[in-house]
Design a protein. Structure first.
Length: 82
């Protein structure tokens, strides 16, 4: 009985320690000094893409979507092809 209780307590504590952190979220009006960022703000839903196994000598393409969620125009001045 005692070993069963200890195993239960250990598993319960382990489950609590591995859980995701919980944070309270308030509005900006409730938090003075915390404002939304001003200016352009790029959001990329897909930051990486796995092409899988590739054959040498062929060209592979993938389009990434960039969305401006800021309050000013977003200028993309340079894109590097790797």
């Amino acid at each position: 009985m005692r070993i069963t209780s200890l195993v239960f307590v250990f598993c319960f504590a382990l489950g609590l320690s591995n859980g995701p952190p919980v944070f309270a979220q308030g509005s900006a009006a409730e938090s003075p000094g915390l404002e939304s960022p001003k200016g352009p703000l790029a959001e990329m839903p897909e930051k990486i893409y796995d092409f899988g196994d590739l054959s040498q000598g062929k060209e592979y393409l993938h389009n990434f979507v960039v969305k401006n969620i800021g309050d000013a125009p977003l200028e993309i001045k340079k894109v590097i092809k790797i």
